[in-house]
Design a protein around this ligand. Structure first.
Ligand code: NAD
Ligand code: DAU
Length: 345
């Protein structure tokens, strides 16, 4: 198998490449990544010399670069992780989200069409469905009602994908997963922000009252699901991938504080650092996500295997052991971004 992974230097992409190199050691994997602020080759340092792995730097929205890549590699399958992925950044400026997430996906689809790839997996998100109230769960047939520019750009990409399947027969599958967590997540998302700030004795900034609900999925479980979808998912179909693990944000932050407190030499109450701040997402902040994953479970026999307690412990331990990684991926641009979202805290 010659597999093209785009966005493989990011959080989920790097975990996926590691998973594939372990489970399919005979495959050839090419990682095509622009290396934005969120892409970091350090995420793959332990596997970069593996047989069958190679890296090409480039932009999925750059037609010429993508044409060259497909002409050189002639991939049999593509898994498209490459995206601008952070909601808060999309509210500050949507431009890069439209360019990469929509145009970039179309450029890849066009190349996939021309080179007749046998499988194209589009990595989408539960955010395309919009928000839920206290009850219910999204199925693959729920309408697309995105509420922020990131979610809108991913929903648009899903529709472009659908049209390439219907109009040109590009053999694609779309996955929509809930909130992933685990090693190598850039310190702008909830868990790594809280862990880093707690270790530095900084405020733990919880948006609003912390009552929003997310469904937490350990990243390795997502990678297992993606591997199955890549090999056995039905062409033209959408698959939800969720952790069956709904928690309010404040519960997650409290759990992180408890785990950290149990690991430091001098017991400290990290919870004293929790600070409720004005919600930077305002009306665009989705209240609750929950996914019905019965299709994936019944068709591909998948269910999550890492429970929240174990997943959070593994994640906190990884960040404790990799504080140098955290500081190395943070640049001056990050400090500026942090000021804008967190109001100078
Ligand atoms: P991330 O921000 O950690 O990584 C994104 C990667 O894409 C980076 O390596 C970046 O350099 C690369 N990239 C960005 N623009 C590019 C471009 N124009 N050309 C080539 N590479 C480019 O993101 P993530 O959290 O790993 O998410 C990966 C995918 O999964 C995204 O498509 C995202 O929408 C989706 N997703 C993420 C989650 C989550 O909880 N993190 C949940 C559901 C879906
Ligand atoms: O649901 C899938 C989505 O999950 C993916 O499509 C996105 O790429 C990914 O970023 C994630 O989006 P969220 O917006 O849910 O994740 P984030 O970690 O940014 O925020 C989780 C919740 O925590 C959300 O309700 C906002 C809140 N939050 C976040 C941060 C960064 C805080 O209260 N404080 C914070 O500092």
């Amino acid at each position: 198998m010659k597999l093209l992974v785009t966005g493989g230097a990011g959080f989920i992409g790097s975990n996926f490449i590691r998973h594939i190199l372990t489970t399919h050691p005979d495959w050839r994997v090419v990682n095509f990544d622009k290396l934005t602020y969120a892409g970091n080759l350090e995420n793959l340092r332990d596997v970069e010399s593996s047989d069958g792995y190679s890296f090409v730097q480039g932009d999925i929205a750059d037609r010429e670069a993508v044409a060259q890549l497909f002409s050189d590699l002639k991939p049999q399958a593509v898994v498209n992780f490459a995206a601008e992925s952070h909601v808060d950044r999309s509210i500050l400026d949507a431009s890069a989200f439209i360019e990469t997430n929509i145009k970039g996906t179309q450029v890849l689809l066009e190349a996939a069409r021309e080179y007749a790839v046998e499988r194209f997996v589009q990595i989408s998100t539960d955010e395309v469905y919009g928000t839920l109230g206290e009850e219910g769960a999204f199925t693959e047939h729920s309408p697309l009602v995105p509420n922020n520019p990131y979610a809108a750009s991913k929903a648009a990409a899903d529709l472009v994908c659908r049209s390439y399947w219907k109009a040109y027969g590009v053999p694609l599958v779309i996955t929509r997963s809930s909130n992933n967590y685990g090693p190598y997540q850039f310190p702008e998302k909830l868990l790594p922000v809280m862990i880093r700030n707690a270790l530095n004795g900084k405020e733990l900034p919880v948006y609003g009252e912390g009552k929003q609900v997310r469904d937490w999925l350990y990243v390795e479980d997502n990678c297992r699901a993606l591997d199955l979808v890549l090999l056995k998912g039905r062409t033209g179909e959408v698959y939800n991938i969720g952790g069956d693990c709904e928690r309010r944000n404040i519960e997650i932050v409290n759990l992180i504080c408890d785990i950290l407190a149990a690991r430091v030499d001098e017991p400290r109450s990290f919870k004293e650092l929790i600070t409720f701040i004005k919600d930077p997402r305002g009306a665009a902040h989705d209240f609750r996500y929950a996914l019905d994953c019965s299709k994936l479970q019944s068709e591909l026999d998948w269910k999550p295997s890492v429970d929240l307690e174990e997943g959070l412990e593994r994640t906190v331990d990884w960040y404790l052991g990799n504080q140098q990684w955290v500081e190395s991926v943070i640049t001056g641009e990050y400090q500026e971004y942090y000021q804008k979202v967190y109001g100078g805290r």
